[in-house]
Design a protein around this ligand. Structure first.
Ligand SMILES: [Zn+2]
Ligand SMILES: [Zn+2]
Length: 278
């Protein structure tokens, strides 16, 4: 069983199964992908995302505003909190800092927006989904200031180095790898993938973006998170089954609200089996 911990189901390309979301999700389930976290990039999308979550019981959603989006109204902490509550989000995000594109949204705007998301997450005790690019020190400084390590979050679509990953893990974070890890040029990232603690690893597609090898150039879809898993398993010298099992357990450990039927008893047996840390 695989989990796609980060996909944009409301933005799938019309080239993905003819734009048919139900068919796209069926193809993923056939590939043994059995849980999806549909990640929000703009609070205006919340009603549409929530409708997808209501229609498909294996889809959970987040609430947040992407660092590179330019909304009509900049949401305050209250607006982020309300969106998350009203639509039963299991996480806050995606949020973060992307200084590679600082020309499209200035650093100061991104920084203040990220901080408001972190404050909302702290108040709601929800994990954060963090997008970070060329903004290492500011990202870590804000996480250090606001994150409750008991709640934590994830650095999604991770492309930074092992040192940054370790510092984030020290703050209660998980590291999520996307199809980028499969790219021929990504030797350094595969090395990071091999050396990260297995109990801190997540897998994602970030679909419809970043299709993995051998699907590069096509609009990405959740079924292909399996290609990401196979690549990481090979880099680590473990079976795909083990990688799948552990990243699934990691997902439910981080996104507790994604597992409404995980009773304390079930959690305890997963913990005993070594799949959840106590
Ligand atoms: Zn992102
Ligand atoms: Zn994303």
């Amino acid at each position: 069983m695989f989990v796609d911990s980060h996909c944009h189901l409301d933005r799938l390309s019309d080239k993905t199964h003819g734009g048919d979301l139900a068919a796209t999700l069926s193809a993923a389930r056939e590939a043994h992908v059995s849980q999806f976290l549909a990640v929000c990039v703009s609070l205006d999308d919340m009603p549409a995302l929530a409708a997808i979550g209501r229609e498909h019981e294996d889809v959970v959603i987040s609430a947040g505003l992407h660092p590179l989006h330019t909304p009509a109204v900049e949401p305050d902490v209250e607006a982020i909190r309300e969106a998350a509550n009203d639509y039963q989000a299991v996480a806050i995000g995606e949020t973060g800092l992307d200084y590679h594109y600082r020309d499209s949204v200035p650093e100061a705007v991104q920084y203040a927006r990220f901080e408001r998301h972190l404050m909302a997450a702290r108040e709601l005790e929800l994990p954060v989904i963090v997008h970070t690019r060329e903004a290492r020190e500011d990202t870590l400084a804000l996480l250090e200031k606001h994150i409750d390590p008991q709640v934590g979050g994830v650095l999604h679509c991770f492309t930074e180095d092992l040192d940054m990953a370790r510092r984030a893990v020290g703050l209660g974070f998980y590291i999520s790898l996307s199809g980028i890890v499969t790219f021929a040029s990504a030797t350094a990232l595969r090395d990071v993938a091999a050396r990260l603690p297995l109990d801190r690893l997540l897998i994602e597609t970030d679909s419809p973006y970043l299709a993995p090898v051998p699907h590069r150039g096509k609009p990405n879809e959740p079924a292909w998170v399996v290609n990401v898993a196979e690549c990481i398993a090979e880099a680590r010298g473990i079976s795909v089954d083990e990688l799948a099992m552990q990243t699934t357990a990691n997902f439910y450990h981080l996104f507790r609200a994604a597992s409404p039927d995980a009773t304390p008893g079930q959690r305890e047996s997963l913990t005993r089996a070594g799949l959840l840390s106590p």
